[in-house]
Design a protein around this ligand. Structure first.
Ligand SMILES: Cc1ncc(COP(=O)(O)O)c(C=O)c1O
Length: 395
């Protein structure tokens, strides 16, 4: 399988991990030799309820028995998508009521950018340094890493950057600004939380100049930080909230949500202001709805905060300088990128899945399924500590 993977399936990394997957269940992934791997990554924060959660699988199977795809987005009323959008509206504060479902996080970001331009009639978008919002042309334009952007230019014009958590940069937000977009918790940058009241002050500044605040909840959303949406930890209500990843319960999805008045603007001038064939797909919507229902009716959100403490307790080591993030969106920062690389690469041999963050080479990503048990957490942390001990011994 590996040879076919490398030959026929396009890669954008020269060194893919190339684990040959057989199946996955709960907190474990199994390879084709039936070796088990405890999953501390959850498909990069996507498998909220672990692998093949029975409620999610049943919802998908039930829907599959009824129908799959029938029509492009928004033409027919389909129960899974309607129920999903209603659920999201019910659990978001006013005026966030109307949701547009798409196929991925980056497409949801594109939709949010278009909506902000349509609402304000302005073009400037301000994003944060070290932010990651996806890899299609618009989302890529928001990134401030020239090395990653240069080969693909020209990208979107009129994008500028501010430093996350740095209020003096608010002066760059003016009456020319359509929107400011930030991740509620910066992901690729190293799981950096907003300072107290930073997001509320950012929203106030946006409001003062008539710009919109877009919060990218694609990674912090869906219970991972102890609240259904990460921003609910920080006393702020955005104009547009963007979700993805963990919303789908393991299937591909993206969504942007705004007030009905704003969202309705995509209906004219031009009409069909955003269109997509598969957005709101009933199988995916059924999976997302089952995931959300389980997250809000179980103790998983409260437990995410307890599990954070458990991880912090069991990940104490001289080679770990800091643990950043909140809930089950954590990054263990080691003393060097070399240490981090060794731990991540060797952990796979030890039956533990870890991964990197995009822009913080010293970070070990710890984003397990919310359903991970305390025993599994202790076991995984033990493997990391053993690896760090070995590295210390060889230094
Ligand atoms: C904060 C954030 N925004 C946007 C995206 C893009 O989502 P997708 O990969 O589904 O396009 C990601 C993916 O890692 C992300 O972490």
């Amino acid at each position: 399988m590996k040879a076919g993977f490398l030959k026929y399936q396009a890669q954008t990394s020269p060194y893919p991990l190339a684990l040959e997957i057989s199946h996955a269940k709960g907190s474990y992934i199994f390879d084709t030799n039936n070796k088990s791997y405890l999953d501390f990554v959850a498909g990069v924060s996507a498998c909220t309820l672990g692998h093949s959660h029975p409620k999610v699988v049943n919802a998908i199977k039930n829907q599959a028995d009824k129908y799959l795809h029938v029509m492009v987005y928004g033409e027919y009323a389909q129960q899974p998508a309607v129920e999903l959008c209603k659920f999201i509206a019910t659990h978001l504060p006013d005026p966030l009521e109307s949701t547009y479902l798409v196929n991925s996080g980056t497409e949801a970001i594109e939709g949010a950018l278009k909506l902000a331009r349509r609402v304000t009639g302005r073009s400037q978008i301000i994003a944060a340094h070290n932010a990651y919002h996806g890899n299609t042309m618009g989302s890529l334009s928001l990134m401030d890493f020239e090395e990653r952007k240069a080969p693909f230019r020209p990208l979107l014009p009129d994008i500028s950057h501010i430093t996350f958590n740095y209020e003096p940069h608010f002066k760059h937000i003016t009456s020319k600004t359509a929107a400011v977009i930030v991740e509620t918790i910066q992901g690729g940058a190293g799981f950096i939380e907003p300072k107290v009241n930073y997001l509320a002050k950012l929203k106030a500044k946006c409001e003062a100049v008539g710009a919109l605040l877009i919060l990218d909840e694609i990674q912090p959303g869906i219970g991972r930080t102890g609240k259904l949406f990460g921003f609910q930890n920080y006393n702020v209500i955005p104009d547009i909230v963007v979700t993805g990843k963990g919303l789908g319960g393991g299937l591909p999805i993206g969504a942007f949500t705004a007030s009905k008045a704003h969202m309705d603007l995509l209906q004219d001038s031009p009409k069909l202001g955003h269109i997509t064939t598969f957005g709101g797909n009933p199988l995916i919507a059924a999976s997302a709805l089952a995931t959300l229902q389980e997250v809000v009716t179980s103790d998983l959100m409260a437990e995410a905060l307890k599990k954070e403490q458990l991880i912090k307790k069991h990940l104490k080591h001289p080679l770990i300088t800091e643990i950043r993030g909140r809930g089950l969106m954590l990054a263990a920062i080691t003393t060097s990128a070399e240490v981090t690389n060794q731990v991540i690469l060797e952990s796979q041999n030890q039956g533990l899945i870890l991964f990197w963050l995009l822009f913080e080479p010293k970070a070990i990503r710890i984003t397990p399924p919310l359903t991970i048990s305390n025993e599994e957490i202790i076991k995984g942390c033990g493997i990391i500590i053993d690896l760090l001990n070995k590295i210390s011994d060889t230094k």
